[in-house]
Design a binder for this molecule. Structure first.
Ligand SMILES: Nc1ncnc2c1ncn2[C@@H]1O[C@H](COP(=O)(O)OP(=O)(O)OP(=O)(O)O)[C@@H](O)[C@H]1O
Length: 268
């Protein structure tokens, strides 16, 4: 499964995020350190409230850290200004749990996708942009003529997630943060979406960080796993090793939540 390089694309060092203060303070992310290699697929796995989404939002610069560094392609990006963030978002994109939150729901699909070009300095004509949008929709197995004029709320959860992946095909980020990208769709469709994401890595070399509570799903797609509990990474390593020889009690507990791991994900 691994076809990644030995070079780090992103490195998170002693990252801490505390929400609120005094008695109400919540340490959502507690001194977290990890790195991801170019072309690698890793998963951040943990139960609700463990701090996964906060890590994602910190990497995306939607939140400011309390402490720590985030090094992307060798540069600390914690001090990026507004204009610099725009350039950064060309390289680092996210697919969120609820695609509604990421779309302008008052725009039809084709506009949502054409808007992705705002991240580029480009001289594409309207026709060229449209052709690329159609190509991107086809690459996620959607029929452009069927969905292009629809509004996001007219689509199924799975279709909306495909549209976010189509958007990633247009933007071609170097790092894609995929927060529970399959949560809105049923198990049968999930593997199709995952294959599309794996395809993005294979065709574009995209590095992917999955964020999920589902250890089985994480194992299915990842080179390495980072297990997160109460703001800390409690176990990490090669996906096979973490699954076959879990060391931390919390990982063992997560394993119990996936009793059908082998049947569901390996034998399919
Ligand atoms: N904006 C915020 N203000 C205050 N507390 C917050 C905020 N965002 C998150 N938290 C708290 O930080 C902790 C970690 O939340 P986070 O959303 O990162 O967890 P998660 O592992 O992503 O959970 P889920 O899987 O449910 O999305 C939780 O206790 C949460 O209540």
């Amino acid at each position: 499964m691994s076809n990644h390089s030995s070079e780090d694309i992103v490195k998170v060092e002693n990252l801490t995020k505390i929400f609120g203060s005094g008695k109400k303070a919540v340490k959502a992310v507690d001194n977290v350190t990890f790195s991801i290699k170019k072309g690698e697929i890793v998963s951040l796995v943990g139960q609700s409230g463990s701090g996964k989404t906060t890590v994602t939002r910190l990497i995306l610069r939607l939140l400011k850290e309390t402490k720590g560094k985030i090094i992307f392609e060798g540069q600390d990006i914690t001090g990026l200004t507004g204009k610099e963030k725009k350039l950064y978002w060309k390289k680092v994109q996210a697919i969120f749990q609820d695609p509604y939150a990421s779309f302008n729901i008052f725009s039809p699909v084709k506009k949502v996708l054409i808007d992705a070009f705002k991240l580029f300095d480009n001289s594409f004509t309207k026709q060229e942009k449209m052709a690329k949008v159609y190509e991107a929709l086809e690459s996620v197995n959607l029929r452009p003529e069927e969905v292009a004029d629809k509004y996001p709320f007219e689509l199924s959860g799975g279709q909306r997630q495909r549209i976010m992946i189509a958007r990633a095909h247009l933007i071609k980020p170097k790092l894609l943060l995929a927060d529970e990208p399959t949560s809105m769709i049923d198990a049968n469709l999930r593997s199709g979406i995952l294959e599309l994401l794996l395809g993005l890595r294979d065709t574009e070399g995209t590095t992917i960080m999955f964020v999920t509570h589902d250890l089985g799903l994480a194992y299915y797609v990842s080179d390495r796993l980072f297990i997160m509990h109460e703001g800390k990474i409690v176990e990490r390593g090669d996906a096979n090793k973490v699954i076959t020889q879990p060391e931390h009690p919390y990982t063992k507990q997560l394993m119990m939540d996936v009793p059908k791991l082998s049947e569901e994900w390996i034998l399919k």
